[in-house]
Design a protein around this ligand. Structure first.
Ligand code: PRX
Length: 656
């Protein structure tokens, strides 16, 4: 089998940055030349200029024991000091760090001086609870300022945090606490979601209790609890501590100790396609360098004037790198929002942008497509003219969604940066630079300065422009994962074995280089289908479907087929107004024809199912594996990682 992924969709629209934007942009095209001439010197300069080091490093990269890299290894620094104290010392203590908006509409403005003070007190509390460098602390909180403070206080002590998304169940929490051997859990009574308090502390109690014969959890000594939801909670004397009792009473004097650059910073669990979650391990100096550099360059951050908002939860990597560490290392002012986009009304996000004058906005294609489904009349009610850069992350963004984002949210004016990266890469790897790159809707475009990417065939050979294949990173990068917690073999096997002879990192994504060499992501390689010997990408057929004016969202899978090997099966969500005006049969047949016209007869779906929802993980990714089960008439597999576990039974019923 060839690894070539056939490319059939053609996108010719182009958007160059305005002269005015380019003139004031923080990143210029010279960065590529600098990094191209001497990659390590480039990263060395970034690390020195963007961060404060207690002990300067003398070596940038040690790659003598691949795939275990060491960056800036003999340098020492404190990550929290770099995100907090130094901004205060530089006279920016009064700058707002967090513009926090609770879902019920309560708000808090927290300056760098105030956040520094809170983190120092919390660091003293944690020390009092016996937390020292290297210990693991689980954080299970809603999107409240205490979540950021907790991450930074753990980092300040050289300890390791493991943030577990607040939507995960007691079982998921337990397995993550066990795997990391956490000593402390930081949680809240509850947080607001969709107009109601959603409890958290009861899930922690359950997680620490005897779970189906697992025995009582043994490594956790204390549970520190923030009061947010106001809901009643059970209390375990001696173990549980209220944040509001402990933190304000602690001293605000705390000297940040410097740790080696390779000191572990956090573990973040990511679900692989199979098997138990992987604890992705990140360390300090290289990680902070690359998140700070990319946050500044990709979003064109001017910290003194911008108001930045990334909608990701801190429970995901995007929340780690582009809510917590990148923006704070750069001294940015940012919005932090607790709730869901549609609570209490569908324009809540746009209202927040208007209220705080957000200038840089970073969100996921799933969210953009769900706004497309409701229609442009909702954002049109708000003043979005403060926006000047829009970002996208998490999935391929279909050209139609890209163009909608730019035109409806960005008033046909703002550059869009489609950023490709992963939990494992730690920071953005592929993206336009908004003042430099002429953008193409649907393309993530070019590797960041200092990052080397290729698209190769199964043997590791470069496929050449105009061809598709497998995405690889060819050289180590500062924010790369350093391993899988407790499982070095799985680390090597999952990411490095496939191209071991070349030393490439295998990302698991399919990609295509266009005639100019720009990169187009084609979806996870596991999702690629083979129709009559042609390898077709899910992303391209989905993009063609979303380009039809009736379609809001689409997911495509390959189902086994006697004649063609696999056949294209599409699941689509139709926009509300079209559903009222057209018959389902008419829509199905016109969509099959449409894909045939847009891409070619080979891609015409055998079946099109109109559904009300698609199965998504809690971070918004479509779980095509489950749709494949339905399309092939199998029992639907494990649905526990779905945001809404009912979705699959509804879809199965609809398909029958
Ligand atoms: O398949 C790619 C997709 O998301 C995967 C990484 O997921 P996760 O570790 O949860 O991190 C998401 C946030 C960084 C990738 O392997 N992905 C992420 N960004 C993009 C993307 N696919 C296409 N375009 C993107 N911009």
């Amino acid at each position: 089998m060839t690894s070539q992924i056939d490319h059939l969709l053609n996108e010719t629209r182009r958007f160059a940055p305005s002269a005015e934007f380019a003139e004031n942009a923080v990143a210029s095209g010279e960065l590529y030349a600098e990094a191209g001439a001497d990659r390590e010197a480039f990263w060395g300069r970034q690390a020195r200029e963007l961060l404060d080091w207690q002990t300067p490093f003398t070596q940038v990269l040690d790659w003598t024991n691949p795939p275990f890299a060491q960056w800036f290894a003999d340098g020492t620094l404190n990550v929290a000091y770099n995100c907090l104290d130094r901004h205060v010392a530089a006279g920016n203590g009064d700058r707002v760090a967090l513009l926090w908006e609770g879902e019920p509409g309560d708000e808090r403005r927290i300056t760098y001086a105030e956040l520094t003070d809170e983190v120092k007190r919390l660091a003293n509390v944690l020390t009092g609870l016996g937390i020292v460098a290297g210990d693991r602390v689980a954080i299970y909180l809603p999107m409240i300022p205490e979540a950021i403070a907790a991450m930074l206080a753990v980092a300040r002590l050289g300890a390791i945090h493991s943030v577990v998304f607040g939507g995960f169940s007691a079982d998921s929490l337990r397995s993550r606490i066990d795997d990391a051997g956490a000593k402390l859990v930081i949680t809240a009574d509850g947080g607001y979601r969709k107009g109601k308090v959603s409890a958290l502390k009861p899930a922690v109690d359950l997680a620490l209790a005897d779970r189906n014969g697992s025995g009582v959890q043994e490594t956790v000594e204390h549970v520190l609890v923030v009061r947010r939801g106001g809901n009643d909670v059970d209390w375990t004397e001696g173990r549980d501590i209220w944040w509001h009792d402990a933190v304000p009473a602690a001293s605000a004097e705390h000297e940040a100790e410097a740790f080696p650059a390779e000191n572990p910073l956090f573990i973040l669990y990511t679900s692989g396609t199979t098997g138990k979650p992987k604890g992705i391990l990140h360390t300090s100096g290289g990680y902070l360098t690359q998140v700070a550099a990319t946050h500044r360059n990709v979003f064109d951050l001017h910290p003194e004037s911008d108001v930045y908002w990334c909608t990701a939860d801190v429970g995901w990597i995007t929340g780690h790198s582009y809510v917590a560490y990148g923006p704070l290392a750069n001294g940015a002012t940012q919005v932090l929002y607790e709730g869901t986009p549609d609570s209490p009304h569908p324009g809540r996000w746009w209202e927040i942008i208007q209220k705080y004058g957000v200038t840089i906005f970073y969100t996921a294609p799933t969210a953009i497509r769900s706004f497309m489904k409701i229609g442009r009349q909702v954002p049109a009610q708000f003043d979005l003219t403060s926006l000047r850069v829009l970002g996208s992350v998490g999935e391929p963004i279909n050209p139609e969604a890209w163009v909608w984002y730019r035109s409806v949210i960005g008033a046909d004016r703002t550059p869009i940066v489609d950023t490709w990266w992963q939990t494992e890469t730690g920071a953005i790897m592929i993206s336009a630079l908004p003042g430099v790159t002429e953008t193409k809707p649907g393309s993530a475009q070019v590797p960041q300065p200092g990052i080397t990417i290729d698209v190769v065939d199964e043997s590791g050979t470069h496929v050449g422009n105009g061809n598709g294949g497998l995405l690889v990173v060819t050289e180590p990068w500062p924010s790369m994962l350093r391993g899988i917690w407790g499982d070095p073999e799985r680390f090597v096997e999952t990411y490095w074995e496939k191209f071991a002879d070349r030393g490439y990192y295998f990302a698991g994504d399919g990609a295509r280089l266009d005639e100019d060499g720009d990169i187009w992501l084609l979806g996870r390689v596991d999702d690629v289908m083979n129709v009559s010997g042609h390898r077709l990408s899910t992303a391209e057929i989905e993009s063609a479907l979303v380009a039809n004016e009736a379609v809001a969202e689409a997911a495509v899978v390959g189902a086994s087929d006697e004649t063609t090997g696999q056949a294209v099966v599409a699941f689509v969500i139709i926009k509300e107004n079209y559903l009222k005006q057209h018959s389902p049969e008419g829509l199905v047949s016109s969509l099959r024809g449409w894909v045939g016209e847009q891409i070619g007869p080979i891609a015409r779906p055998r079946d099109v199912y109109i559904v009300g929802e698609l199965p998504k993980t809690r971070s918004g990714k479509i779980m095509r594996r489950l749709l494949r089960d339905v399309a092939e008439g199998r029992e639907v597999g494990d649905t526990t990682t779905l945001a809404d576990t009912m979705v699959m039974s509804v879809i199965s019923a609809q398909v029958k």
